[in-house]
Design a protein around this ligand. Structure first.
Ligand code: IPE
Ligand code: IPE
Ligand code: MG
Length: 259
């Protein structure tokens, strides 16, 4: 199936060497977040079922994890399934869940060899047991790795994440462990699924829609956003390198003035 998918994929031929040469290794983003969108449209364009778009998207994910490892990026967060994606037909949901299991089963050895530390963000307990099990296994097997932190956002929603954080903080106040006046930005940051991790420096969304779709609402406050029309199954390392070149041309002011 992978060959078939590879033949169908029409990744734009950008010169990888030129792109690599123009990247400043000292100014790479510490954290890259990706909204991997457009699998369904990729399949539709080819008269294929949506499921084959999701399957093809796995090749993109492998390529992007590899380039992030090569570039020694610290954190990569990928949006795999949102809290709103339960609205999709059950058959598609089942396919996506099985694909997650298959992906981790197949890739965990290689991920560990590359020093990747697998982590999940989202509400795990609502996912099928098979998904919960493979995630627990992958997280445990990779917990001592010191390379790329790979956050899989599954059953993730930014609003639910913030709501959960507020609830936990309110409970601490109720129990007298914390005063309401002590709650600050850091308190909330520390109660998110991404506690201890830097905020994304760069957010990429594929497939042309220019929206956040409930992804990392708190953490994206000052992220640079890069939208591309390329559909996720066509997205390859060259596209990521293009995003990095563009990112490095930008001036991040964080509300301040030009240096
Ligand atoms: C992204 O592709 C994958 C998930 C949201 C799970 P889509 O399935 O949203 O593809 P489009 O946007 O319909 O093309
Ligand atoms: C966002 O894509 C979620 C993931 C990529 C997992 P969607 O396809 O669900 O987003 P909308 O519905 O177009 O906003
Ligand atoms: Mg979509």
């Amino acid at each position: 199936m992978n060959n078939k998918i590879a033949n169908l994929t029409q990744a734009v031929q950008l010169n990888e060497q030129d792109l690599l040469a123009s990247i400043d290794r000292q100014k790479l983003p510490g954290h890259i977040a990706i909204i991997m969108d457009g699998n369904g449209r990729w399949a539709l364009k080819r008269g294929l079922p949506r499921s084959l778009g999701h399957l093809a998207g796995m090749e993109s994910l492998k390529d992007i994890v590899n380039i992030c490892c090569d570039l020694k990026i610290k954190v990569l967060t990928v949006y795999g399934f949102s809290t709103e994606n339960w609205k999709r037909p059950q058959q598609e949901i089942n396919y996506l869940m099985n694909l997650t299991v298959e992906y981790l089963n197949k890739e965990i050895n290689e991920l560990c060899e590359k020093g990747v530390k697998v982590n999940s963000i989202g509400i795990l307990k609502e996912l099928p047991q098979s998904v919960q099990d493979i995630i627990a296994n992958s997280v445990e097997r990779s917990c001592n790795n010191s390379g790329l932190i790979f956050n899989l956002a599954l059953n993730y929603g930014g609003r639910v994440e913030i709501t959960d954080a507020v609830r936990a903080i309110a409970a601490a106040v109720e129990m007298g462990c914390l005063k309401a006046s002590q709650v600050d930005i850091q308190t909330i940051t520390d109660h998110l699924y991404t506690a201890g991790q830097p905020d994304p420096d760069l957010l990429i969304r594929t497939a042309g829609d220019c929206r956040i779709s409930n992804f990392l609402l708190w953490q994206l406050a000052y992220s640079e956003i890069w939208f591309t029309n390329v559909l996720w199954p066509d997205f390859r390392r060259q596209h990521l390198l293009s995003a990095l070149v563009d990112y490095q041309r930008r001036e991040r002011r964080f509300g301040g003035l030009q240096k």
